[in-house]
Design a protein around this ligand. Structure first.
Ligand code: FMN
Length: 254
């Protein structure tokens, strides 16, 4: 069973490619969070978590969800990350999670995909994004084949000072980037509601047709990137950065 979380489609794409090879059922962790935050996952085949890297770890919300959910059937679990550059020490936290759940850690591997951190960087053009995805595809397929054959997978990327990045830097990220944010909505907004429906943590509600943001943002950048009118910004940070959604999907596909 493939459990994926995705802000802008990269991890959904990786999950789809892997599932094509393994024949696994795919479950959206975003939907699980949206609908109640805990789940019982049942599968006789190994579990595969596919998730983006946020500040050199999986999003805390996803770590917490996996911790409190029940895994029934197979005792094996794989972790596949999608990332802009590298995964730091994320593997260590995945290994610990597997141990805490009494499961066999079958390995962690990161796949470089277009970086969607629109708060920090300019987004790639569609052509650049397609090139990056094309380069990632053989690795996704290789991982899919290994998972299908129940073989272990291994981390291939490297980060300078991984302990620091996944430790103190990650804590700083969660302190300052997660929670309340200075969202602004321009009058380009056409009240389509994609922001509300794509937000996994129900942090957005349309009020009088316009998005109103709560204090629960996990910084997936989905609402900013997916808005078809580019009407959502974080004040002073994203206006000039363009937008990115995995070109294999439309803005509304979660
Ligand atoms: C808040 C945030 C933090 C990120 N931190 C990292 C990081 O530490 N290392 C990295 O390589 N990529 C980082 N990225 C890039 C994403 O991991 C990458 O683009 C991922 O493929 C997005 O997947 P998605 O489209 O499924 O959401 C970050 C993205 C966001 C939104």
């Amino acid at each position: 069973m493939i459990l994926y979380f995705s802000g802008t489609g990269n991890s959904k794409y990786a999950a789809d490619v892997i599932a094509e090879l393994t024949g696994d059922e795919i479950v959206s962790l975003g939907d699980v969070i949206k609908n109640g935050e805990r789940a019982v996952f049942k599968s006789q085949k190994p579990f595969v978590v596919v998730c983006p890297i946020y500040a050199w770890r999986f999003p805390r919300k996803i770590e917490e969800l996996l911790k409190k959910s029940e895994f029934s059937g197979s005792k094996r679990i794989y972790f596949v990350a999608t990332m802009g550059q590298n995964s730091g020490n994320c593997e260590k936290y995945c290994k610990k999670l597997a141990e805490d759940k009494g499961m066999e850690f079958m390995g962690f591997s990161g796949i470089v995909m277009p970086d969607n951190f629109v708060v920090g960087f300019k987004m790639p053009s569609e052509e650049e994004a397609r090139e990056t995805i094309e380069r990632a595809l053989p690795e996704m397929r290789r991982l899919g084949e290994r998972i299908r054959d129940c073989k272990r997978i291994e981390k291939t990327d490297k980060t300078l000072l991984p302990g620091l990045m996944s430790g103190a830097v990650n804590r700083g990220f969660n302190l300052f980037n997660v929670g309340k944010k200075k969202f602004v909505v321009s009058d380009k907004c056409v009240s389509c509601g994609i922001c509300e429906s794509c937000c996994a943590v129900n942090n957005i509600k349309l009020v009088d047709g316009k998005p109103v943001f709560g204090n629960n943002c996990i910084c997936c950048c989905g609402c900013i990137n997916r808005c078809p009118q580019a009407a959502i910004d974080i004040k002073g940070k994203t206006e000039k950065h363009g937008r990115y959604v995995c070109p294999e999907y439309s803005s509304a596909d979660r």
